[in-house]
Design a protein around this ligand. Structure first.
Ligand SMILES: Nc1ncnc2c1ncn2[C@@H]1O[C@H](COP(=O)(O)OP(=O)(O)OP(=O)(O)O)[C@@H](O)[C@H]1O
Ligand SMILES: [Mg+2]
Length: 462
């Protein structure tokens, strides 16, 4: 199980790789060891022969000769001087010489092959070695020796190197494992645990990861996760807000309808008032109330966030615009805003009059509120142009222009509101209603000199 984890795999792989590297070094180093061993024998043999050459007649007692040969661990020594070969010291050899090795120019692969053959070959062979221990001294030495001690020393050396490699691999593997733990595994585990916590409770902002990994790729992953979690939280909140608002709207619509119905009955009585002003206002009040009641009923019937399909018919645009302006004028307290319509009396549009009333009311009310916010006088004008296949309606004002936030989130419900007391729904509702007609609501221009919105309505819904 452990070796299935990232750290486990890394530990195992680094151990294997270091071992492979060690093995690649191991074979040449054992071969070198064997060459060194044989070279040492040659040097000892040369020393022994020097002892012999120091005597007057190049002869020593047989006991001393044996002693010298034993010391050098060889069976006989032959000196070759100026191509003259002379047997200097010799012991009886029980077996024939199986192989001769020349150490004067061993090459690279030859000794490796010989070392392997020695390691796996039969023990007890007798070999001859030729060499020149002291370079360019004119003396060449040949020795004959048993291969068994060479093999024993070589195997012992191999064992030592093997255990050393094992320790080096383990230590390297362990160090890499610890480094990997600190640099990669721990940050990845942190990302995973943050993902799991977030999955279990996506609304809890404390489960959002704080990017702090030292490795840049991991930090990028953490940052991407952080951004994704934040976006998800905000859209969840938005959805939650919309859902609870939907519930609240249904309840409010229900009771508001009842209240408005009662008010409508009371307003009916105003028509029989003696006051001519009241008599004039009463029909408008009744129309407004019935609009309110209709809206409540539609909301309750559809019970969803989308607006109902428009009931499109050919209507006189001027009548609707005048109606909107008249209604809006009722709220003008300071008479700071002048409302003008240049829509001609014969402009016809294919629209749902109630919905068009709401679209224009929202646009004109926004314009009025923006002008009133400046405390200066201003004008809001509505004009219309008949096109080949539709009508362009322009609502222009001399207000202060859209604030940055409203421009950024134009037509987005709740997000674009930049006015105190506003909900940020007006433009979103207007855009949705126009879209329902197969038309377009767009911002044409906005600056300190004023703002213009364009409503395009096609002749028939496409
Ligand atoms: N003609 C305009 N001139 C300047 N700013 C405007 C104009 N129309 C809209 N705005 C800005 O755009 C924002 C969004 O308008 P929107 O009608 O969607 O929401 P609201 O007016 O804030 O609230 P409500 O939902 O009550 O209409 C407003 O808060 C206002 O700051
Ligand atoms: Mg508004």
């Amino acid at each position: 199980m452990f070796f299935k984890t990232l750290s486990g795999r890394f530990l195992l792989l680094s151990f294997i790789f270091v071992m492979i590297a060690e093995v690649l070094l191991f074979v040449p180093s054992v071969s070198n060891f064997r060459l060194g061993y044989l070279q040492e024998r040659l040097e000892l043999a040369q020393l022994a022969s020097l002892a012999l050459l120091a005597t007057p007649d190049d002869m020593v007692a047989p006991e001393l000769a044996n002693e010298l040969l034993k010391n050098a661990e060889v069976l006989n020594i032959v000196l070759r001087r100026d191509e003259v070969r002379e047997l200097v010291l010799a012991m009886p050899i029980t077996k024939p010489i199986s192989q001769t090795f020349d150490l004067r120019d061993p090459g690279f692969f030859g000794p490796i092959r010989d070392a392997i053959a020695c390691a796996v070959g039969e023990p007890g062979n007798v070999i001859r070695v030729i060499g020149q221990p002291v370079k360019n001294a004119g003396i060449q030495i040949e020795i004959v020796l048993n291969e068994a001690p060479v093999k024993t020393a070589m195997l012992e050396y191999s064992r030592n190197v093997f255990f050393l490699s094992l320790i080096v691999s383990l230590v390297t593997g362990l160090l890499l494992f610890l480094a990997l733990q600190a640099l990669i595994t721990r940050p990845i585990t942190r990302v995973i645990s943050s993902m799991m916590k977030f999955r279990n409770d996506p609304e809890d902002a404390s489960n959002v990861i704080e990017p702090n990994a030292a490795i840049s790729e991991l930090r990028e992953a953490e940052t991407a996760l952080h951004d994704m979690q934040m976006q998800l939280i905000s859209s969840l909140r938005q959805k939650e807000r919309l859902a609870s608002l939907g519930g609240a709207v249904s309840k409010v619509s229900h009771d508001l309808r009842n209240i408005l119905t009662t008010t409508q009955i009371l307003a009916d009585r105003l028509e029989i008032s003696d006051d001519p002003k009241v008599q004039k206002m009463a029909p408008k009040l009744l129309v407004s109330l019935s609009r309110g009641i209709n809206l409540c009923e539609q909301t309750l019937t559809f019970g969803k966030a989308d607006e109902p399909e428009p009931e499109i018919k050919e209507v006189n645009l001027k009548a609707i615009v005048d109606d909107v302006i008249e209604n809006d004028l009722l709220r003008d307290t300071g008479e700071k805003v002048q409302l003008i319509s240049t829509v001609s009396h014969d402009t016809k549009v294919a629209a749902d009059p109630e919905q068009m009333f709401r679209v224009l009311t929202n646009l004109i009310r926004n314009a009025r509120q923006a002008i009133e916010g400046t405390g200066k006088l201003g004008v809001v004008s509505v004009s219309a142009t008949q096109l080949d296949e539709g009508v362009d309606i322009i609502v222009r004002d001399s207000g202060p222009g859209l604030p940055e936030k409203a421009r950024e989130f134009l037509f987005k419900p709740f997000q674009g509101g930049a006015r105190r007391g506003g909900t940020g729904l007006g433009l979103a509702i207007a855009a949705e209603l126009v879209r329902g007609h197969g038309g377009v609501l767009e911002l044409i221009e906005t600056s300190e000199a004023g703002t213009s919105f364009r409503i395009y309505l096609p002749d028939s819904k496409k």
